[in-house]
Design a protein around this ligand. Structure first.
Ligand SMILES: Nc1ncnc2c1ncn2[C@@H]1O[C@H](COP(=O)(O)OP(=O)(O)OP(=O)(O)O)[C@@H](O)[C@H]1O
Length: 454
């Protein structure tokens, strides 16, 4: 029964908002939940009053509400995977005085039976699409496309936009980033989005091949080129990639002699196999990657400057994971979901302390390391939640300390940042409570959060 003082308009709103077939959530401009309808709570298995004040990413799987409040763009009829089902989500930003004030999200399942039928239809279509993608990927030597690159940090979104712009042209791309940041994922995505996608993607790790073999690996060899050479010779990576893309991984480790030959191939588009007098015309797009400071190598005469300019037409710089906190959360959830599904285990959650540890950790192995840590924890855990005990032995709290001794000011800032994050985690993001725990004023907490970009 509605209270008698409710207006006609309120009754309408109440009827919409509490309709059992609609799941509704609203968030503030930072993505914290301000309202969750009863039906959505039931569907998620949470009590609305318990989740109000939490960040939406903590409560709803695969949500994009926090992104809509950043972009200010509505997202209509988006497919969202929640609790084992594909749902249809509409996300609408709300403005007040021309500024973003928050967003409202509706997730639809009009009639459970009808929805289940549609859901299974969509599931089978998606399974078919996956099969098709797998076949395509196998045929052309790629495993990843742009949508496989997970992350909503501004840096990753910008990189993805840049990839879409430059992929169709034939420009050489140099991808820089620490080990495990996803350089190969970007290289494969560039190939997939280019006109060359129906031709091979071939990769070579320049650091893994002994110096005396690198030329024959790259350019092939003719019959009788050296003792033990195969009858009829052997094509090199350039010949195999003809018409497609050649990914030169760890290019900073290429020996100088091979660098000169590579430069000639790039200048003239011709390859000469080892031991052959004939040249072959080759059409290959080059995507190179390195985690080495090429500029220093150039200064030390270990890398040719002219080759650097050839390969560095467009540069993509992938920041290390420790500089992308948003991505740590999102990637952790993504790996948790996918790896537990693959392993046939029901592991749904990360303990808050694990997440806090992840946010503090320096991730020297970047995304690859995060993936491995979660995989190992999923196999070790015997509950639905990953706790500190499930983390690998080498991954313990003292590892969260910076590797090198910092200046006193940096040490203090590091400790301050960690304490604030812990307090916020403990209070589920409630800043007033967090400030009380930390023994500082609210405005001082806000100031520090701004300073440390928390
Ligand atoms: N943004 C991402 N989304 C999903 N998975 C990722 C992402 N970045 C990296 N990975 C995972 O990390 C692994 C390592 O990525 P990749 O091989 O592309 O890194 P890399 O930078 O080329 O590393 P290296 O320099 O050591 O070769 C991938 O197999 C993939 O599983």
């Amino acid at each position: 029964m509605l209270p008698s003082h409710m207006s006609y308009r309120d009754e309408f709103l109440e009827a919409i908002v509490e309709n059992p077939y609609y799941c509704i959530v609203t968030v503030d401009r930072e993505g914290y939940i301000t309202y969750l309808s009863k039906s959505y709570g039931q569907f998620l298995g949470v009590k609305p009053k318990d989740v109000v004040g939490k960040h939406v990413t903590e409560v709803i799987e695969n949500t994009r509400m926090h992104i809509v409040v950043k972009t200010g763009k509505e997202e209509i009829a988006d497919l969202q995977y929640i609790r084992g089902n594909y749902m249809i989500a509409n996300r609408i930003p709300v403005f007040s005085d021309g500024k973003i004030a928050g967003a409202v999200g509706f997730v639809l399942y009009r009639d459970t039976k009808e929805w289940m039928e549609m859901n299974s239809h969509i599931k089978s279509l998606l399974a078919e699409l996956n099969q098709y993608r797998k076949r395509q990927k196998k045929k052309y030597g790629i495993r990843y496309v742009l949508s496989d690159i997970i992350g909503h940090s501004r840096e990753i979104e910008n990189l993805k936009r840049k990839v879409k712009k430059i992929a169709p042209s034939d420009v050489s791309v140099l991808i820089r980033g620490e080990s495990g940041t996803g350089k190969e994922l970007f290289a494969q995505s560039i190939h997939h989005l280019s006109d060359r996608s129906q031709n091979p993607f071939v990769s070579i790790n320049c650091a893994a091949i002994p110096e005396h073999l690198i030329e024959s690996e790259l350019f092939g060899y003719a019959e009788g080129a050296f003792t033990g050479a195969k009858k009829g010779g052997k094509p090199g990576k350039f010949q195999l990639a003809d018409g497609g893309t050649l990914f030169l991984d760890e290019i900073g480790d290429m020996p100088l002699s091979a660098q000169s030959k590579l430069l000639r191939v790039l200048q003239y588009g011709e390859v000469q196999p080892v031991g052959s007098t004939k040249t072959q015309t080759i059409d290959v797009r080059i995507v190179a990657a390195t985690n080495q400071p090429l500029e220093t190598l150039i200064e030390n005469k270990q890398f040719r400057e002219d080759l650097f300019y050839r390969i560095n037409v467009v540069q993509l710089s992938i920041p290390p994971l420790r500089e992308r906190e948003d991505d740590v959360r999102i990637l952790a959830k993504y790996f948790l979901h996918h790896i537990s599904e693959r392993a046939g285990k029901r592991v749904f959650e990360l303990d808050e302390r694990v997440l806090a540890l992840f946010l503090d950790y320096s991730w020297p192995g970047n995304v690859r390391e995060l993936e491995n840590v979660i995989e190992s924890a999923i196999h070790l855990t015997s509950s639905e939640k990953i706790t500190l005990e499930d983390l690998p032995d080498h991954f313990k709290p003292d590892m969260t300390q910076p590797k090198h001794v910092l200046s006193l000011k940096e040490e203090v800032e590091f400790a301050e940042k960690r304490a604030i994050k812990r307090a916020l985690n403990q209070t589920n993001g409630d800043k007033i409570q967090a400030a009380a725990i930390l023994g500082i004023g609210k405005s001082s907490l806000y100031e520090k959060m701004k300073k440390y970009k928390i």
